[in-house]
Design a protein around this ligand. Structure first.
Ligand SMILES: *[C@@H]1O[C@H](CO)[C@@H](O)[C@H](O)[C@H]1NC(C)=O
Ligand SMILES: *[C@@H]1O[C@H](CO)[C@@H](O)[C@H](O)[C@H]1NC(C)=O
Ligand SMILES: *[C@@H]1O[C@H](CO)[C@@H](O)[C@H](O)[C@H]1NC(C)=O
Ligand SMILES: *[C@@H]1O[C@H](CO)[C@@H](O)[C@H](O)[C@H]1NC(C)=O
Ligand SMILES: *[C@@H]1O[C@H](CO)[C@@H](O)[C@H](O)[C@H]1NC(C)=O
Length: 771
């Protein structure tokens, strides 16, 4: 019999990587100038491509407490898409012993190999989790309820072995605990504090936010680390992972003088539960930007702590839909590694029962051969690796600090403005990225602070393209020259005046116009980095730069450039800052809903659970009447503002439909207290402000309340009876004219009548145009 075996790649999940870009992810790199990292086991198990990661800078970045940091990453295998399950978990950890290390070796397990027999303090080795944490994991019985498919645990029945890493005993990654890495929320203590959980299924958020170790204690069968070491040397199989067994466990066993296990409570971290929501959408096999053309991101508000040494961690848990890992447990495991798992695929693939499915090869096991046609002899081999359904990827930053903000900045809004990327062209840096400012467009209000700070390294691959000294990263910031050609009327990206233009590559000489209203000295620092002679390519300056927080006073839309990396036609590095005095609030709202309120309570949007079916980045903005605002300019469309409105204009972005069919957001808008007969109208920039819709409105005191399903421009208008009668008379007149005129017209042009009939909807809506 001729059996032709074809390899059908049903899922190339093998490359579903996850990389931090801001703050810079290390992907286990330190300072090696090779394209590939030297040691994938150095600190943690990333499962990423060896080429990923950024090298460490000369000194750590720092972030001020309460400041806003835009965290950016790329993940390769879709999120918030129907094709797969996806969870993204962002966590941080701070500890005085955390360090990047000075060489690329993995920290030893054998303490005698470290200075003073204490690896926790041997600073040549990078370390995140510590030895004590690892030893608990190394000896703790693994969770036997987990689905391990047909993976062979190779005799090590402790938390270093999992379905994804069945050889954890020999394959150690720093002092990371394999089981803790692969599962979240983890059931034993962990030093990681949760920042955010982003999930395809926001219904799981309640589970995440109540089970997070931020808010819920953990328990452990506690032994001092030197006892654990003795147990390891004595080849103890494992220590228990549950209360009952822990309390009867003695080491050495059956020794009346032995040490007993202590079932010990480890309190919750005592910080707020993590943010939980949907991720932004990303597509399969695409290590790049999200739907809006920008990287998928999370805005982290830096916690109120004062810590010298912290790291940020991101994990990406991805699975196909062949089975649901969330309700599959050890009862589905294979009896022996050579047997298939007991997962029943029959109903999924339309077989009458599991036996029939199995007879055709439809079983969940490594590289199954399926017989697609009942007749014939053709089998297909599927590339299934049961250690990779689901699979977790990871990246971590180098060490950074969190500093208490100075007293004079109490209550101020501080925006971190950083640089991502590294030296080289896109092929040389991939899967890292070329240089860019983060956030690329920063929106801020006058009086708020911007904190310019970045780092790079001098240890990039010497063959990577770029300006200045080989292997070096440098960045600077200079305002670009203004536009050279008119750009049509009405188009205005941000608040006036517009300074600098992306189309130019020459910076403006600094005393021609101010940049953010910064002092001359700061402008010089942003341009030259150091007071000394840094050379035309900034080679003599440090790759790390910190201007410190600076208050921004001057309104405007600023376009700036990094002159060093702006090798036009190869690469550019430009950014934009909008300083706007418009009151606005932005927030991502998803299935869980939430409330967004404008400063001063001018307006608000409340979204109940289930009203949104997916994540929307909502921006609420108020455009005042009067006070010099005689027109509203939105996306280049101009609405002339009369004086007969009884509220400011409330803009909800995006303008598109937001709520699920039949569901609504509840919106409030302040109206003038003495206004009567108030109604709310909606229009859109997309309609050129020509289509207006009247909405049912409740008025309570000075607040109008109404339901809306879409974004757009909302405003209140008061109708006096005189106006109403006038409007009625006018519209009847118009109607009469239309009917008579129309009758004559269509008599002469009968073909037009047909066309009009198909457009009648527009005709009715046009009557609403007059507000
Ligand atoms: C596995 O899941 C099944 C069905 O949900 C449940 O009945 C069983 O108790 C679980 N077994 C373990 C070991 O958790
Ligand atoms: C990954 O998903 C699986 C379910 O497929 C779950 O058991 C596990 O806890 C998740 N791990 C992480 C790190 O999110
Ligand atoms: C992050 O914050 C910025 C500025 O407020 C905002 O434009 C952006 O939509 C936010 N992004 C997310 C994903 O929350
Ligand atoms: C700009 O980039 C090209 C290609 O990498 C390089 O040949 C050239 O020297 C660069 N220009 C400067 C001024 O460094
Ligand atoms: C810049 O300012 C200095 C002193 O304020 C002035 O002497 C110089 O002419 C100015 N240069 C330009 C190009 O405007």
């Amino acid at each position: 019999m001729n059996v032709v075996v074809c390899v059908l790649l049903i899922s190339t999940i093998v490359n579903a990587d996850m990389y931090f870009h801001n703050p810079r992810g290390c992907n286990d790199r330190l300072n090696e100038n090779t394209r590939a990292r030297k040691n994938a086991n150095r600190l943690f198990d990333s499962q990423n491509n060896n080429r990923g990661g950024y090298n460490v800078g000369p000194e750590p970045m720092y972030y001020l407490t309460g400041s806003k940091l835009q965290v950016e990453w790329t993940n390769q295998h879709s999120c918030n898409d129907k094709n797969s399950f996806c969870e993204i978990i962002i966590q941080y950890m701070c500890d005085d012993n955390i360090r990047d290390g000075t060489n690329t070796a993995t920290i030893p397990l054998d303490q005698s190999k470290c200075a003073n027999q204490n690896c926790n303090l041997d600073t040549q080795y990078g370390m995140h989790e510590n030895y004590d944490f690892y030893m608990q994991c190394y000896l703790r019985e693994r969770n036997k309820g987990l689905f391990t498919a047909d993976q062979n645990m190779k005799g090590r029945e402790t938390a270093v072995s999992t379905r994804q890493e069945n050889n954890g005993k020999n394959n150690r990654y720093g002092y990371e605990c394999t089981e803790e890495r692969d599962y979240y929320p983890y059931w034993h203590p962990s030093p990681w504090k949760d920042v955010a959980v982003l999930t395809n299924n926001a219904e799981r958020c309640k589970y995440y936010t109540t089970e997070s170790a931020n808010v819920k204690e953990r328990w452990i069968c506690y032994f001092p680390t030197d006892k654990l070491k003795e147990m390891k040397d004595a080849n103890v199989k494992y220590i228990p992972n549950n209360k009952e067994d822990c309390q009867t466990f003695t080491f050495p066993a059956n020794d009346a003088n032995g040490v007993k296990g202590e079932w010990k409570k480890v309190p919750a971290h005592g910080i707020p539960a993590p943010v939980c929501r949907e991720t932004q959408f990303s597509r399969d096999n695409h290590l790049g930007n999200g739907l809006d053309g920008n990287p998928n991101r999370f805005n982290w508000t830096i916690p109120e702590i004062n810590e010298d040494k912290c790291v940020l961690r991101i994990r990406y848990n991805i699975s196909t839909k062949d089975y649901n890992g969330w309700d599959t447990n050890s009862s589905m495991n294979a009896d022996k590694p050579e047997n298939p798992t007991k997962l029943d695929l029959s109903s999924k693939y339309g077989f009458q029962d599991q036996d029939v499915a199995a007879s055709r090869g439809y079983v969940f096991k490594g590289d199954p051969e399926v017989k697609i046609f009942e007749e014939g002899t053709f089998n297909f081999r599927l590339a299934v690796d049961t250690s990779q359904f689901a699979r977790t990827f990871q990246d971590r930053t180098h060490v950074f600090s969190i500093k208490k903000r100075p007293n004079n900045l109490k209550g101020a809004t501080i925006h971190n403005l950083n640089v991502r990327g590294k030296r080289g062209n896109i092929v040389q840096v991939y899967p890292s990225v070329e240089y860019d400012f983060v956030p690329n467009t920063l929106v801020m209000a006058p009086g708020e602070y911007v904190h310019f700070q970045w780092t790079g390294s001098d240890t990039n691959n010497n063959n990577n393209d770029g300006q200045g000294k080989k292997g070096s990263d440098r960045n600077n910031v200079l305002l670009l020259k203004d536009k050279n050609y008119p750009e049509g009327t009405g188009v205005q990206y941000g608040p006036p005046p517009t300074l600098g233009h992306y189309g130019n590559n020459y910076p403006v000489h600094l005393n021609a116009s101010g940049f953010l209203g910064l002092k001359k000295n700061d402008l010089l620092k942003l341009a030259f980095l150091d007071p000394g002679n840094v050379g035309v390519d900034l080679d003599e300056a440090s790759p790390h730069f910190d201007l410190g927080p600076r208050q921004v006073s001057q309104l405007g839309t600023y376009h700036y450039v990094c002159t060093r990396n702006n090798n036009f036609s190869n690469r550019d590095q430009k950014g934009r800052i909008l300083v706007s005095d418009l009151k606005f609030t932005e927030a991502p709202l998803g299935w869980l809903g939430g409330t967004i309120t404008l400063p001063g309570g001018v307006g608000s949007v409340h979204v109940e659970e289930g009203v949104f079916e997916s994540l929307h980045l909502i921006r609420l903005e108020v455009r005042p009447r009067g006070q010099g605002y005689d027109q509203i300019n939105i996306d280049g469309r101009v609405l002339m503002v009369g004086d007969d409105y009884v509220s400011d204009f409330l803009v909800i972005y995006p303008e598109t439909s937001l709520a699920a069919p039949g569901k609504y957001m509840s919106v409030t808008l302040k109206v003038d207290p003495d206004a009567s007969n108030v109604a709310i109208y909606r229009t859109t920039a997309a309609s050129n402000f020509e289509t207006w819709t009247k909405l049912e409105t409740d008025i309570e005191g000075d607040t109008a309340m109404f339901k809306a399903s879409s974004g757009g421009v909302y405003v209140a208008k008061s109708h006096s009876y005189k106006e109403l009668i006038l409007a009625l008379v006018l519209s009847s007149l118009v109607l009469v004219v239309l009917v008579i005129g129309g009758a004559c017209y269509f008599k002469r042009n009968p073909s037009k009548w047909k066309k009009l009939k198909s457009n009648t909807k527009n005709v009715t809506r046009n009557f609403d145009n007059k507000v």
